[in-house]
Design a protein around this ligand. Structure first.
Ligand SMILES: Cc1cc2nc3c(=O)[nH]c(=O)nc-3n(C[C@H](O)[C@H](O)[C@H](O)COP(=O)(O)OP(=O)(O)OC[C@H]3O[C@@H](n4cnc5c(N)ncnc54)[C@H](O)[C@@H]3O)c2cc1C
Length: 320
């Protein structure tokens, strides 16, 4: 999982392995560019969470978004792209080589493609902002050690949330996983691992209404689906992996220009204002959000990255 050897300089690091990022990876890997795709979870993005998709060209009949994504990823891997399950938490895009900081390592590359989608959160839970860093966290790997033998809560339903709950169970005495949906959207094997873990208790179909505490987190208030009755649960930490509907650009810390709605701005070759830094897919807030359109962005950006890295004067595909 980790790749802390920052001496490996990839031709391109792609942040986000949805249809946009993975298609970009098909094109860059096929052009013999060393390609690393960082992704925080198969069921964390828009396609990965979609239960059925029937309008992706070449795939007749219905398929789950996660299955389709797995196939696209296998295709990228067949050309040599490498996937690492990690979450980008920072970048230095002006450095040479460009740096991407993840939970598990630092990754360097001559070009970067941002393809993180638009399932970012805009609404905070009551108390979340006030207690951030005082029991509220978004990174189990960073903070789990502070919660040895403590009771903690995790909020989310994706494989990212399940993996983080399992990771926390190595430190905490008890982990409550609050899934806003009745069903988790993680792969079956991960759910089986979660259910077999005696330290983790799944509270499905429950929403966190408030995180409370004076100096530090003291507990959470939650309500079950279809009920307005609120219940309190004392916990020392709350780890949040919920999804919303805004572009995911927080890890860029303002290094790239965005529209007032927070969408990344690119030119017709999907390049941002920083040379060698590209962005594709839903993170651009395309007029129409569809998997095939995100994939199309990825294809164009993959070709543009090759042009950029090899100093070509024109875009073009010259492999068969
Ligand atoms: C409920 C729903 C139903 C849909 N149905 C259809 C449909 O039927 N047909 C259709 O064509 N389209 C459908 N769409 C739209 C389609 O899924 C999206 O337009 C498409 O997935 C966008 O692709 P993307 O690669 O830009 O983003 P995403 O698919 O969201 O992928 C982004 C990836 O980036 C990763 N990521 C995010 N942040 C980080 C980070 N910091 N570090 C590392 N990785 C990160 C995520 O894990 C994810 O894998 C649907 C969308 C939704 C939400």
């Amino acid at each position: 999982m980790s790749d802390t050897n920052a001496e490996t300089i990839y031709d391109v690091v792609i942040i986000g392995g949805g249809p946009a990022g993975s298609t970009a990876g098909i094109y860059t890997a096929r052009a013999n560019l060393s390609t690393l795709i960082l992704d925080k979870g198969l069921t964390t993005g828009a396609l990965g969470t979609t239960s059925k998709i029937a309008n992706f060209p070449g795939i007749a009949g219905e398929i789950s978004g996660a299955e389709l994504l797995r196939t696209i990823r296998m295709q990228a891997e067949s050309f040599g792209a490498k996937y690492i399950n990690d979450k980008a938490i920072g970048t230095d895009l002006s450095a040479n080589p460009k740096l991407v900081f993840g939970n598990f390592g630092v990754y360097s590359a001559r070009a970067v493609i941002i393809a993180t989608g638009s399932l970012g959160r805009s609404n905070l839970i009551k108390g979340e902002a006030e207690l951030l860093g005082r029991g509220v966290s978004y990174c189990a790997v960073c903070d789990a050690a502070f919660f040895k033998q403590a009771v903690v809560a995790v909020a989310g339903k994706s494989d990212e949330a399940v993996e983080e709950a399992l990771y926390l169970s190595r430190f905490a005495s008890k982990v409550y996983l609050f899934s806003p949906a009745p069903e988790l959207s993680a792969p079956a094997e991960l759910i089986a691992e979660l259910r077999a873990n005696p330290k983790v208790e799944l509270i499905a179909g429950a929403t966190l209404r408030e995180i409370y505490g004076k100096e530090h987190v003291e507990g959470v208030r939650f309500a079950r689906r279809g009920s307005e009755t609120e219940q309190d649960l004392p916990v020392k930490g709350v780890f949040i992996y919920l999804q919303g509907g805004v572009p995911i650009t927080d890890f860029l810390q303002g290094q790239l220009e965005t529209s007032p709605g927070g969408c990344l701005i690119v030119d017709r070759e999907f390049q941002t204002k920083i040379p060698g830094v590209f962005a594709v897919g839903d993170v651009l807030c395309q007029h129409i959000k569809q998997a095939v359109i995100a994939a199309s962005d990825g294809a164009t950006a993959g070709i543009a990255v090759e042009k950029y890295l090899r100093g070509r004067s024109k875009m073009g595909v010259d492999w068969k």
